[in-house]
Design a protein around this ligand. Structure first.
Ligand code: PAF
Length: 298
């Protein structure tokens, strides 16, 4: 396999971030570090890097001597009619940001590196894949689970860092790691938000100025539910109603779902008990946005 290895922009530690495409090159670097007793943390991304990704890298830095990030817009997790082609790909800026945050190795595979001709293996996390995001985006989580399994097999990190913003994705990968006995610890980082509460997302770039103002409805609705929980409310019906009431002030926000589920099984709850996930999804103009918070004991 051809190995392309390029010295990228300079990392915060003053060393150069190495940029590779070939699987063999990733394995060589990781193998070298491991032989020296260094731990590896991994941050998978689809690029369009924002402060949420950078907070994952910073946390990764704190948990391991070496940080590997991947940059791959995974075609398998986009449905027909979704934004695979238009997904933002500001590669140069992504590389600079990841290097400045302290990534040691940036892996940028091509589609054929991860899905060689004839590729027909899929990883499916049954049940957890079919609700919430999975119900609206059939096949999405099969694409996520398949690519993350492949990425983990190549990088073989000690720690995998994921964002709480994609809570269902994180839950599903945690479950998959347990079920497949993968030797990696999955850690979640809190959602990073704009000053007005909007969760950072690569898809926020699709919003016009007016839609951007409306998009704050998602976090405002969740805040209303959180206030009720703090005040002792436990009825899922009332929590969902509070979110929808908040959204009435935002006519451009079109609900996909408003859900109160068990944070581990993602099964709907009638009343909040144990650890719950309050999750929302809505369309605002061309963007489909999600947000959530968890509540209760872990
Ligand atoms: O969260 C994402 O950016 C993607 O779903 C992931 C985990 C990088 C897999 O393509």
């Amino acid at each position: 396999m051809a190995v392309r290895q390029a010295a990228g922009p300079v990392t915060r530690r003053g060393t150069r971030m190495v940029r590779v495409r070939a699987i063999a090159a990733v394995r060589r670097s990781v193998g070298r570090w491991r032989a020296r007793g260094e731990r590896i943390a991994f941050v998978p991304t689809m690029g369009a890097i924002h402060a949420g990704h950078l907070s994952l890298v910073r946390r990764a830095r704190a948990t391991a001597e070496r940080v590997v990030a991947s940059l791959f817009v995974n075609p398998l997790q986009f449905g027909p009619g979704e934004d695979f082609r238009s997904y933002p790909r500001p590669r140069r800026r992504d590389r600079e940001r990841l290097a400045a945050a302290g990534v040691d190795l940036l892996w940028e595979p091509a589609v054929t590196d991860l899905y060689p001709p004839g590729h027909c293996t899929r990883v499916r996390v049954v049940g957890l894949s079919d609700v919430l995001e999975g119900a609206s985006r059939p096949g999405h989580f099969e694409g996520v689970a398949t690519v993350v399994t492949a990425l983990l097999h190549v990088v073989s990190p000690d720690v995998l860092w994921l964002g709480q913003k994609d809570a269902q994705q994180a839950r599903l990968i945690e479950r998959m790691v347990v079920d497949l006995r993968l030797a990696v610890r999955v850690r979640r980082a809190p959602t990073v938000r704009e000053a007005d509460g909007l969760a950072l997302s690569s898809r926020n770039a699709y919003l016009s100025a007016d839609e951007r103002r409306q998009a704050v409805a998602l976090s405002r609705g969740l805040k209303a539910a959180s206030r009720l929980l703090h005040a002792g409310e436990r009825s899922a019906v009332r929590l969902r109603a509070a979110i929808r009431r908040t959204w009435r002030a935002y006519p451009k926000v079109r609900e996909d779902y408003v859900a109160v589920v068990d944070a581990s099984t993602l099964a709907p709850l009638a009343r909040v008990r144990g650890r719950a996930l309050v999750a929302v999804a809505a369309r605002v103009g061309p963007a489909r946005l999600i947000d959530n918070f968890e509540w209760g004991p872990r």
